[in-house]
Design a protein around this ligand. Structure first.
Ligand code: MG
Length: 201
């Protein structure tokens, strides 16, 4: 049997459907157009009150995304080796583990990596993806996707070692990007099809 495709998945907005993520668009619009902030930087909650609000905001990731059933199947068939890579901070781990148990996903992921050192999310994800050498990484945050697409290492021929799939939302869907998908299921279909093509001599 062929080796499984090693794929990393973001959690919020990719494996978990999170209606609250739509709130990010106005936030990044205000940052760029009103405050004039163009560098990528993310808020990191430091004290107890900030963390309590942050946990509450993440409780909205309550449902598995469309495609999770397909993902479970691909993993059980040995087609994909799935890794969860989330920039959620360590204190959100119990909430994440509860979600995985509740939706019968605990055995789907070979590894679960949280941002326990509280690094900037885009730098954290770049570091882990480089270390784990994912063939694909599926992410919904455009700022992170564009950072990874520009910074991950290239092969000799110039293509990236890791193909970053972007799960877009209704606000940023017009952003041009070669690997953009509306939800997890479509991204998975493409990852699996890509392998069929590569396997042909
Ligand atoms: Mg996300």
């Amino acid at each position: 049997m062929a080796k499984p495709i090693v794929v990393g998945f973001d959690f919020d907005g990719v494996v978990a459907y999170n209606p609250a993520r739509l709130a990010r668009y106005p936030i990044s619009f205000i940052k760029q157009n009103i405050l004039g902030i163009h560098t990528v930087s993310f808020f990191i909650p430091k004290n107890g009150i900030e963390r309590a609000f942050w946990s509450l905001a993440h409780e909205s990731s309550m449902f598995p995304a469309l495609g999770v059933t397909h993902l479970r199947h691909l993993v059980s068939e040995g087609v994909i080796e799935a890794h969860l890579l989330t920039s959620r901070f360590g204190f959100l781990e119990p909430n994440l583990r509860r979600f995985l148990r509740f939706w019968n996903l605990s055995n789907v992921f070979t590894s679960v990596t949280l941002n326990t050192r509280e690094e900037q999310p885009h730098l954290f994800k770049e570091r882990i993806i480089r270390a784990k050498k994912f063939e694909y990484f599926v992410e919904d945050n455009w700022d992170i996707v564009s950072h990874l697409a520009a910074n991950l290492p290239r092969r000799q021929k110039g293509t990236r070692l890791t193909t970053v799939h972007w799960i877009y939302n209704i606000f940023d869907r017009n952003q041009p990007y070669p690997h953009k998908y509306p939800y997890l299921e479509k991204s998975l279909e493409h990852i699996v099809t890509g392998r069929t093509i590569k396997a042909t001599p």
